[in-house]
Design a binder for this molecule. Structure first.
Ligand code: BJW
Ligand code: ZN
Length: 348
């Protein structure tokens, strides 16, 4: 069984020379951004295959832009939480030295999140008002700024960013950050994004509802002979159909490329597309002597295999999650609970 011993975990962090953190949606849950799977996850009520795949984009770009705009709205309201801050601090050599960890270790944060909150947690430390620089009296503000900028370069956002837009014209492919919310005028009136994305009700719910309605049909004395009278009414009478999708937005009204005027797409990585920075990520994972896995169900490839790779190559693995996840029994440490509480506590 994995250990829950915090002191032992700190000793492992202290001796690690190549630290990789793998983060998922649970890292940002305390910032108010819902996770994907689980009872209140985004994929519980929205159909991922209709929203985050190249095929869905080919079918209806306006549906995908509605989804991306909804995610932008949600993420624009969020700020980094205590878990983002704990990882930001751990990524700085001066802080590691202060905490008794190796200042000369290399630290990489690989995040599946598209919310940019890990980078923003580092940016926040740059502001003199944060008071952070006053804590490190032995390091000059210039050195701290340099450390923060280096740490930002080591935040690898493997599923891209919600703020990226990429030109779809093959000859252009211009990519830029666009922080507009709404991202274009046509998306200003945020339609009910669940319309048309909703998953079909499961059989049990549908049949149970149909039964209730069937039972309310007045019984004819001949019902026993005419069993068809007792047949459940058609589903359209149950009111359980998904809401009607809003009409598509004309392509010319969707976000356009600043360079060539063609349609742009949201820059996050969809299912079936290659994750970003993979050469660097594989190099870091292969080298890692410690992998800290935070708030991910570890079900989506290629990230799903990182912890196992580190173990196979002799490194240690520590998992921080609200609940048990696939493969965590093979980890060296398991800290079950909210990472925004447990990570700052465990890292000291
Ligand atoms: C807390 C907490 C708290 C909550 N504290 N914990 C069969 C075998 C192998 C692979 C495949 C296969 N079939 C298909 C594939 C490939 C596919 C895949 O893995 N599919 C699986 C369904 C099997 N993968 C891909 O397609 C990827 N690309 C790829 O494989 O490329 C190959 C390739 C190579 C070369 C050329 C071409 C192709 C791409 C995956 C892209 C994923 N994109 C999304 C879209 C986001 C859009 C948006 O945000 O709007 O990224 S999907 C979604 O899942 C999002 C996430 O980054 C990703 C991972 O989810 P995550 O972060 O783990 O979230 P959850 O919700 O699952 O888990 C949250 C966890 O937090 C839970 O465990 C909670 O308990 C915990 N938690 N609160 C601590 N406070
Ligand atoms: Zn272009």
């Amino acid at each position: 069984m994995p250990s829950t011993d915090v002191e032992e975990f700190r000793r492992v962090v202290a001796s690690a020379k190549h630290i990789v953190v793998l983060a998922g949606a649970g890292l940002s849950a305390a910032s108010g951004i819902p996770t994907f799977r689980g009872p209140s996850g985004l994929w519980k009520t929205n159909d991922a295959l209709r929203l985050v795949t190249p095929a869905a984009w080919r079918e209806d770009p306006s549906r995908i832009w509605r989804w991306a705009n909804y995610r932008r709205e949600m993420i624009s309201k969020a700020s980094p939480n205590a878990a983002h801050r704990a990882l930001a601090l751990l990524s700085l050599p001066s802080v590691r030295s202060r905490l008794g960890y190796a200042a000369d270790a290399d630290f990489t944060l690989v995040t599946q999140n598209i919310d940019e909150l890990s980078t923003r947690a580092l940016d926040a430390l740059l502001y003199p008002q944060s008071g952070f620089q006053l804590l490190l009296t032995e390091t000059s503000p210039e050195e701290i700024s340099a450390e923060i900028n280096e740490a930002k370069a080591r935040v690898l956002e493997m599923h891209g960013r919600v703020w990226d837009v990429v030109c779809t014209r093959f000859e252009c492919q211009h990519k830029e950050r666009n922080y507009d919310v709404p991202v274009c005028a046509a998306l200003a009136e945020s339609a009910d994004i669940s319309a048309g994305n909703a998953l079909p009700r499961d059989e049990t719910t549908t049949n149970a509802a149909a039964e209730v309605i069937a039972d309310s049909v007045p019984q004819s004395p001949l019902a026993a002979l005419h069993s068809s009278i007792r047949a459940p009414p058609p589903l359209r009478r149950t009111g359980l159909r998904p809401p009607t999708p809003p009409p598509p937005i004309p392509l010319e009204e969707l976000p356009r490329c600043n360079r060539c005027g063609s349609l742009v797409r949201p820059g996050e990585v969809w299912f079936g597309e290659a994750a970003m920075d993979m050469d660097e990520i594989f190099a870091r994972v292969n080298d890692a002597d410690l992998c800290i896995v935070v708030g991910t169900s570890a079900t989506i490839h290629p990230a799903a295999k990182f912890a196992a790779t580190v173990k196979e190559r002799g490194g240690k693995v520590a998992v921080f999650n609200l609940e048990r996840t696939k493969g965590d029994d093979a980890s060296d440490f398991l800290f079950l609970g909210p990472c925004e509480k447990l990570l700052p506590e465990a890292l000291g």
